[in-house]
Structure formats: C-alpha cells, structure tokens
Design a protein around this ligand. Sequence first.
Ligand code: ADP
Length: 238
Amino acid sequence: MILRLENVVKKFGGLRAVDGVSLEVGKGEFLAVVGPNGSGKTTLLNIISGVYRPDEGRVYFEGRDVTDLPPYKRARLGMARAFQVPRPFPELSVLENVVVGAVFNGGLDLHKAREAAEEALSYVGLASKKDQLAGKLTFNELRLLELARALASNPKLLLLDEVMAGLTPTEIDRFVELLRRLSEERGISAISLVEHRMRAVVRLAHRVVVMHQGKIIAEGPPEKALNDPRVVEVYLGR
Ligand code: ADP
C-alpha cells in the first residue's frame, strides 16, 4: 500500500468540503476520483499533496504519517502532482522545463535531473520536441510536458488534476494508455480526478471512487461504482 487516508476532514468556514474520507491506494494502482462539481475532489487532492492540512484525520504515505509535512517534503518522498492547466516557463526549452522540475521537486542534481528529464520526455513521446521552446507547444503537448515534469522526479505516486480535460478522444486514449503503462511497467500509482462524462477514462481505471458533498458515496471497479444506485441518483438528480 502506498497511501492511506484515515477519516480526513477539511472545513472552509462552516462547509465540510471533505467530510470524513478514508481511502487506501495500492502500489501500481490507477484510481479515478469522480463526482459532481463541488463534491470535494480537488480539496481531497490538496490534502494528499499537502497544500491543505486536514482539520481532522491523518494521511500516511508508505506507512509514514505525512499529515504535517509541507508539499515539497512530500514531493521528495515520492509524490508528484500534475496540474490541469500547466504553466511551463515559455522561454525555456521543453527539456529545460522538465530539468527544472526534477531539480526542484525531485531534489536531483543537475546531471541526474537531465538524465531523468530525457527519459521522461521519451516516455511520454516528446523526445523530438525537447529543444523547442515550451511556449510553442500545442495544448496536448503541454499536458504531456506536465506529465513528463512530474515523472522526472521519479515519483511513486502521481496526483493528477483533471489533466485530460479538453483533449480529443484519441489523445485521451493515449494518455490513459500511458498511465496504465506507468503502473504496469514501473509500479507507479496514480490518483486522477476525472470529469464524470469522461467515461472512457473511468472505465480504464483499476478502481473508481465517487464523491458527493465531501463524502465517498461509492467505490469499486468502474462498472460497479458507476452503476451504484446512489451514484445514478446523484447525477440524475442534478
Ligand atoms: P471539486 O473539485 O469536486 O469540484 P472542490 O474540492 O473544489 O470540489 O470544492 C469542494 C467545496 O469546497 C465546494 O463547495 C467549494 O466551493 C469549496 N471550496 C473549495 N476550496 C475552497 C476555499 N479555498 N475556500 C472556501 N471554499 C472552498
């Protein structure tokens, strides 16, 4: 097991954005988190990465209590986050952008960072673009750059905001294929927030967690979780 959340609560004023979530993620597991807007998905990811400290509950990473660690320390332990809207340094090359990530997030020295960056770029299929300015990349390529940046820090757990939003169906298929290869070939776990309408992604996950009003209302293999009567009700009741 790589990650364990124990009864985690995060409040904003009177609102319980995450309301008593317990969750375990296995090594190499690809977990999709779905739920309507405002159901607490992003807050949950922020608790896992350390942006927020929970008001109650604990977060364990590889058995170690990381609840009080800031994001950069969690990154050094092997958590990497890829954001929905990547903000690369547009005046740096693609390679340089990934190197910067490996140095600052992964704590690698420059030589190792460069090796890791080259490897990560090959892995996501951007090797041929490595000397281009990041500002010149297409939307899809930017998403891949963001994934490469996260990978270059040699993570054990990838945290993915809605990184597939806005991609074409073919691009999404490739992206998900990439995530599955990461899990199968390297044992990297991933937690991905997924828009509910992207059923293709959800179906390919090993496990799905459905959130509603800060709570997990269903969990399990994709078809089972999505067909759970409570989940159907939440989505149809909107
Ligand atoms: P999701 O990612 O599922 O759309 P969020 O985690 O972003 O949901 O939000 C959950 C709830 O918490 C929402 O009601 C949202 O308005 C509220 N919320 C999120 N972040 C903040 C914040 N920084 N301050 C106050 N309320 C917040």
